[in-house]
Design a protein around this ligand. Structure first.
Ligand SMILES: C=CC1=C(C)c2cc3[nH]c(cc4nc(cc5[nH]c(cc1n2)c(C)c5CCC(=O)O)C(CCC(=O)O)=C4C)c(C)c3C=C
Ligand SMILES: [Fe+2]
Ligand SMILES: [Fe+2]
Length: 345
């Protein structure tokens, strides 16, 4: 069915500071951590924790970390997202925009650029394989806020979390297969963590108990259970690669603050592996589709140091999908499914 509406795709990623200057990092962390879907305390307590404590010391420390991964073109996350946008634009016949949940280019900027090209129907692609309140949900909230305030006449639909889609699993498994050393003792899947509270909060069925349920085949909470979706990616990829359970482990990284986050923690695990006889480790981070501070610094540099210090001998970091052709094809397929959905509403 033909319509007069013009369609476009908006890729949305997390975002990075404008530069490695401490003030820019502070501004970015302020916007990020004052998001009520990230630090989900009531405003007063969130402000007390973020502005009263975290922002006093973290910006300087994070700025130093960003300096170690920054490129001539800018933050790896932004640079890779721009490359993905360009590669996708080469193979689809609708305009492709780019926006970030925090800092620039913002979601508003991304929508404005598409609107300036006459676009009235946007398929927004949150670049997160798994659902989380602090990622997928806050992107949708922000996009809806911006749409209602500035672009009430356009329509937006959203690509859903794609953690169990076969095309994605095939692309990820093949990418890992190509980079995995022949000889390794363990393949560690390190996912970005979230506080356990977030998992309970976003479970409309109240059935996730953070223990056995997340790895069960069926549980009504799975649609909103980030933990389940991380285990599912691991299970499906390992099945594709024919990896036995003994050679695989799931851990969660990047925790912040004193809350209880999902366990096991990546750093504590890395520390103990050497003593358990794991000498050759490969590690992959499938919560991220683009390499960023959390993979290039926290895992590839800090994680490696922790592992070697604990008695490990060889550490191979397996990069994210970034701009691999198979991944660009996944983004195309999932976007086009949603673009076609507009015809049926
Ligand atoms: C991939 C999914 C992500 C989830 C889930 C997530 C949750 C989450 N993150 C923080 C705090 C921080 N995260 C930071 C960096 C960062 N986080 C993600 C992704 C997820 N976060 C990415 C892609 C990045 C890298 C950004 C980049 O510019 O490269 C940071 C900033 C860096 C630092 O100071 O360490 C913080 C802080 C919380 C609190 C949270 C869930 C509640
Ligand atoms: Fe669960
Ligand atoms: Fe994060």
């Amino acid at each position: 069915m033909e319509t007069n509406n013009k369609k476009g795709i908006l890729l949305v990623n997390l975002g990075s500071p404008r530069s490695t200057d401490v003030n820019d990092v502070k501004e970015y962390l302020d916007e990020f951590l004052m998001d009520e879907k990230v630090i989900d305390y009531r405003w007063f307590f969130r402000a007390l924790l973020v502005q009263g404590i975290i922002l006093k010391t973290r910006p300087a420390k994070s700025a130093e970390a960003y300096k170690t991964v920054w490129t001539d073109e800018g933050s790896p996350l932004i640079v890779i997202s721009k490359h993905l946008q360009k590669r996708l634009q080469e193979i689809v016949d609708v305009p492709v925009g780019l926006g970030m949940r925090y800092a620039e280019p913002s979601i508003k900027t991304g929508i404005q650029e598409l609107v300036d090209k006459g676009i009235t129907e946007i398929t927004l692609f949150p670049l997160y394989p798994q659902y989380a309140m602090s990622t997928t949900e806050t992107v949708i909230d922000k996009a809806e806020e911006v749409r209602l305030k500035f672009f009430p006449d356009i329509k937006i639909n959203y690509v859903e979390p794609f953690y169990d889609r076969e095309i994605y699993i095939n692309a990820l498994a093949e990418s890992i297969r190509q980079k995995l050393p022949v000889d390794f003792d363990l393949l560690q899947f390190s996912y970005h963590g979230v506080p356990e509270r977030h998992i309970y909060k976003t479970d409309p069925t109240n059935t996730c108990n953070m223990n056995t349920c997340c790895q069960k085949e069926d549980n009504p909470s799975h649609k909103f259970c980030y933990r389940h979706q991380c285990y599912k990616v691991t299970e499906l990829v390992c099945k594709k690669l024919g990896l036995p359970k003994e050679k695989v482990m799931v851990t969660f990284q990047s925790r912040l603050g004193k809350d209880k986050w999902m366990e096991p923690y990546t750093d504590a695990t890395l520390e103990g592996l050497g003593k358990k006889g794991i000498k050759k480790l490969a590690i992959v981070c499938p919560a991220f589709v683009s390499d960023c501070l959390e993979t290039l610094e926290e895992i590839s540099v800090e994680g490696k140091e922790i592992f070697l210090h604990g008695g490990g001998e060889r550490f191979d970091y397996i990069p994210c999908l970034n701009e691999e052709q198979s991944w660009v094809n996944v983004v195309k397929t999932l976007s086009e499914e949603k673009l076609n959905d507009f015809y049926f509403h």
